[in-house]
Design a protein around this ligand. Sequence first.
Ligand code: 6CS
Ligand code: FE
Length: 319
Amino acid sequence: MSELILEQASDDLIANEADVYPSRKGQNAKLIGRQDPIVYTSKEQGPPVDRSLINTYNKQGFVVLDEVFTPDEVTIFQKELERLGADQQIQQSVEVITEPSSNDVRSIFRVHESSLIFKALAADERLADLARYLLDDEVYIHQSRLNYKPGFRGKGFYWHSDFETWHVEDGMPRMRACSMSIILTENFDNNGRLMLIPGSHKQYLVCQGKTPEDHYLASLKKQEYGVPSNDSLKTLAAQSGIVSATGKPGSVVVFDCNVMHGSNGNITPFPRSSAFFVYNALSNKVVNPFCAQAPRPEHICSREYIHPVQRSQGCKLNA
Ligand code: 6CS
Ligand code: FE
């Protein structure tokens, strides 16, 4: 049997037999237990941040690291965010998602490859070392995006678990990934900040319905599949409430791939922009999608270009 057929057979085996988190397979919505650790690292290795922050992450499913990046570094990120958002050529590319009710830029994907500054940021030890610690493995960027959440008409992101989408639509086998959202503009109470349900990462929410073809073309503007039923959301929220994760520009929201989160729209004049990197353990590389659809494109889910994030000594950023 040729190497290729063997490899495909093993992927199929993984994709078909090891679907321990089946969702959107016609069942009713329900909550099942998480079958993976949250913090993978063995105890003797010291964390790169205060142990109390690791404990909060483990318990809540997220933690806010205050002002990790200096104001000067944030200015560099903001200028790059504005440059990319204003670039006519980039605006026409597939990597840009516009707002559903305007042509405002909603997100730009794959910036860890297309922007030298965000490539350096993704590899910065203040982020990547923490991801390696939490996942106890080398890591690669599964997805990166700039979220502009523009003022006046920035639409929200309905409640969802990222992992449910990445498992079903991208073929991410297990919960061994974490996201880091670097706050680039002031998060106020009212400009569409990130809301999370603490502790929700410990249960997997099986979603009803079936994944439509090319679902990402709609879901990245307005997600309607792979979202919780009202009852399951009520159950999760009743268990531990809903909190907002805010912080000054330069702060980082670190969250487990399976924590339930969402954000409101933004009708204030103040954009709520962030840079978002998803670190996946190298041992948890995506296989075939667990839904019967074609894999999502490379700019949304790294599949062809999977390489470990190189160790760096801080962002090599030219002001
Ligand atoms: O579908 C995805 O991969 C993206 N969708 C959302 C709303 N959050 C995670 C991710 O960026
Ligand atoms: Fe999300």
